[in-house]
Design a protein around this ligand. Structure first.
Ligand code: 2U9
Length: 348
């Protein structure tokens, strides 16, 4: 068989194999087989030594044409197989967007956190800072700095979880205010802060008491602060949490850290003051304690009570949430029963 015939036969064989091949790997094997350095075409061209020199360029270019034809056929087949593979993959991965979805369960902040968030937003909008502090506190900041020396009878008002003689679980968030006041540079401006957080008392848990609950305390210290500033601020708290129509009233009371001190009632949001079971027929519900910061407290943090004064208040988000949502047992907030907690969805 002449070289030309051998080459033509190789071409036919190659084209047949290319036409029949079904996958990319086998196609690559064909390419290596036919066109590689050790392939049959190279092998046939070795026989050129026996060909007339004048014939050699003709055979050479004939071989090149065959190489080009096979290369083009392989490229075309490669494209065809790749397209088919992609089409197959797309068909296999098709998503049926008409299938019903799997609902994703989303959580929500705890109801107490929601109440605290609402109060924080109000005070941030009035330029207050929100300050955190330690829950394991020194006796010094929890009591001493708040005008409650060791022998003060008012220390009996709170039973305390003591860790050591000097360390305790804070019974109020006031120590955060004492620490902040101590650091504050009053020449740079007033102090306006709230301190939300957990507090601890050695109470037996029942429907209205929990050994751990929450407080938000507020403090404003500046020159020329009056009780009118206190009343205006607390009126906003009452309206924000219990509704725009609410009014408040102040009744005299006693706290060691404020003088004068008061208890604050909000007009009943259930009966609007007519009298019902929520307000025990009085039209008013006690929601807060407050007062003007005691001069001794100011002196203890190095602030001159002749120049500066201010107001302070304390409220219980647990009590707020119980009143607002008609929850009659505080323990519901701490049992983590989803059936209870999911009722306070922010969506609805
Ligand atoms: C400083 C000075 C004074 C914070 C105050 C109250 C009145 C109060 C209770 C209400 C219900 C706590 O959540 S509760 O149990 N609080 O009645 N708290 S004045 O007075 C301060 C705080 C810090 C330096």
């Amino acid at each position: 068989m002449s070289l030309k015939e051998q080459l033509t036969e190789l071409k036919e064989q190659g084209l047949t194999q290319i036409a029949e091949v079904q996958d990319l790997k086998a196609l690559n094997d064909i390419r290596v087989n036919f066109l590689g350095k050790k392939g049959p075409i190279t092998e046939v061209l070795r026989g050129m030594r026996n060909v007339e020199p004048a014939e050699r360029p003709i055979i050479g270019s004939f071989a090149n044409v065959i190489r080009d034809e096979l290369t083009a056929a392989i490229a075309a087949k490669k494209e065809e197989l790749e397209k088919a593979a992609l089409a197959q993959q797309l068909a296999a991965e098709t998503i049926d967007i008409t299938l019903p979805g799997v609902p994703v369960k989303s959580g929500q902040p705890h109801i107490i956190a929601q109440v605290i968030d609402q109060i924080e937003k109000l005070f941030l909008s009035m330029g207050f800072q929100v300050v955190d502090g330690p829950e394991v506190e020194e006796d010094h900041y929890n009591f001493e700095m708040l005008n409650l020396p060791k022998d003060h009878p008012a220390r009996d008002m709170q039973d305390t979880f003591y860790i050591t003689k000097q360390l305790l679980m804070r019974t109020q968030t006031s120590p955060v205010q004492a620490r902040t006041m101590e650091k504050h540079d009053f020449s740079k401006g007033p102090l306006k802060m709230i301190s939300p957080g957990k507090v601890y008392r050695r109470d037996s848990d029942d429907a209205t008491h929990s050994h751990q609950f929450h407080q938000v305390e507020g403090l404003v210290i500046d020159k020329h602060i009056t009780m009118a500033d206190l009343k205006g601020t607390l009126e906003l708290v009452a309206k924000t949490v219990f509704g725009e129509e609410r009014e408040i009233r102040l009744r005299p009371s006693y706290f060691p850290f404020t003088e004068p001190s008061c208890e604050v009632d909000v007009s009943c949001f259930k009966c609007s003051g007519k009298g019902c079971s929520v307000c025990k027929q009085t039209g008013w519900i006690e929601v807060l304690g407050a007062g003007m910061v005691h001069p001794n407290v100011l002196r203890l943090v190095g602030v001159d009570p002749e120049v500066y004064g201010g107001f302070a208040f304390g409220l219980g988000p647990d009590r707020f949430a119980m009143l607002k949502y008609g929850v009659d047992d505080i323990r519901n907030f701490y049992l983590n029963d989803l059936r209870v907690l999911q009722q306070f969805s922010q969506k609805g």
